[in-house]
Design a protein around this ligand. Structure first.
Ligand SMILES: *Cc1c(COP(=O)(O)O)cnc(C)c1O
Length: 392
């Protein structure tokens, strides 16, 4: 069984590029060029330079002693929260802006829901001196004021999407429309392992620096380069793809993705795609997505804005479908409690997305195993949500 993408852009039954005719030339230009660009020595050198000097990589692999004692396992944390801008997202935006420059693009667009990807994109645009337009739903602009202002401080223009439910999917539609009308000078930076081929593969490759570092870091402390379990939260699935990447074909490593169940999978306030989703096409790729009986995408819900997404990337749909990966769903309260526990045991306040990955110790038997959890982001951005939740 092969788990990575094939030459047609498919992961098993999932993936591909289901796009309107008018986007074909943009996607085709990327598809034809991305591999030859990212495999060039000069590209790798520059990508690694920025990861090291600007992002602050390699991120530490930290042995969480008190957490390990509590759960009777050896638990390591891959500290993506220590990246510049506070999460793994910057790995991808650095990669894509360098790729955009190679393609002679001078303008960048992106869509954002909670604003985290918008901030990571605005950051690299400032770094490279490129014009930046971020589409964001009008409702999200209201809900995510601090990130909107961060983007503006960084010099980006935040354009409100005013149609439909005025949230992420409407922002995505507007960004697509912008791209169709400006194919020559503009690159569209997608923020997770979603969208039409080659985006899922391209983003996974940029994020794979996480498991690449992990191989060497584990070898040093454990004498072998793989753990028994790798655990990551899954919104679209990019931080999970990054930490799974070099272990996809190693059956000794159990891959665990943690989704947001919101208020519970039996309520209509959830984002647990592998539990509630069915096959369909979302953002140009065939995957699992939450939809009603007419195939309309349903509005997802999670206390964490970054997991509040109605689908998962095609890689994860394939890992789930083939049973190579195990997907667990975690409710708001469980995640919040796990976030508080990590804060108190290790002195690390995690992003609420990340907190979901820390609430699975009583859901999967992992005693006396070597476990690596991807600490995808820091909790600073979520302080308001912690305060509103209040049970600490
Ligand atoms: C955006 C975000 C996520 C979810 O996105 P993935 O593509 O699934 O990784 C998870 N954690 C943090 C901290 C984020 O900012």
């Amino acid at each position: 069984m092969k788990y990575n993408v094939n030459s047609n852009g498919f992961y098993g039954d999932f993936g591909g590029a289901y796009i309107p005719e008018m986007l074909f030339s943009n996607i085709d230009e990327l598809r034809k060029n991305y591999l030859s660009i990212v495999e060039k020595d000069s590209f790798t050198r520059e990508f690694n330079f920025y990861l090291k000097k600007y992002v602050g990589r390699p991120t530490p692999l930290y042995y969480a002693k008190r957490l390990s004692e509590k759960y009777g396992s050896k638990i390591y944390l891959k500290r993506e929260d220590l990246c510049h801008t506070g999460a793994h997202k910057i790995n991808n935006t650095i990669g894509q802006i360098l790729l955009a420059r190679e393609l002679k693009k001078t303008k960048i667009i992106a869509e954002t829901g909670a604003g985290q990807h918008g901030v990571a994109t605005a950051t690299v645009c400032a770094l490279m001196g490129m014009e930046c337009v971020i589409y964001m739903g009008e409702v999200d602009i209201e809900r995510q004021r601090p990130n909107v202002e961060r983007m503006r401080i960084l010099g980006a223009e935040v354009r409100p999407a005013t149609s439909g439910s005025r949230t992420l999917k409407d922002a995505t539609n507007e960004a697509m429309r912008h791209w169709i009308n400006n194919p020559d000078d503009t690159h569209y930076i997608i923020g997770s392992v979603v969208g039409p081929h080659p985006y899922p593969d391209m983003v996974a490759r940029f994020q794979s620096v996480i498991s690449e570092e992990l191989l060497g870091q584990l070898k040093k402390v454990e004498g072998r380069d793989y753990p028994d379990f790798v655990i990551a939260c899954v919104g679209g699935g990019s931080n999970a793809a990054g930490i799974f990447y070099h272990y996809l074909e190693n059956p000794k490593v159990k891959l665990v993705g943690v989704e947001a169940a919101g208020l519970g999978v039996s309520t209509d306030k959830s984002a647990a795609t592998t539990k509630l989703g069915k096959k369909g096409v979302l953002h140009g790729s065939k995957t699992l997505l939450m939809q009603d009986e007419n195939g309309q995408v349903t509005e997802p819900y999670s206390i964490s804005a970054g997991l509040d997404y109605p689908g998962i990337g095609p890689l994860h749909a394939h890992l789930f479908d083939s049973k190579r990966g195990v997907y667990v769903s975690v409710e708001d309260d469980e995640a919040m409690n796990a976030g508080i526990e990590l804060s108190r045991l290790e002195g690390i306040i995690p992003a609420i997305e990340t907190a979901h990955a820390f609430s699975i110790f009583d859901k999967i038997d992992m005693k006396r195993k070597v476990i690596v959890i991807n600490l995808s982001g820091r909790g600073d951005k979520d302080l308001e949500t912690y305060i509103k939740w209040g049970k600490y």
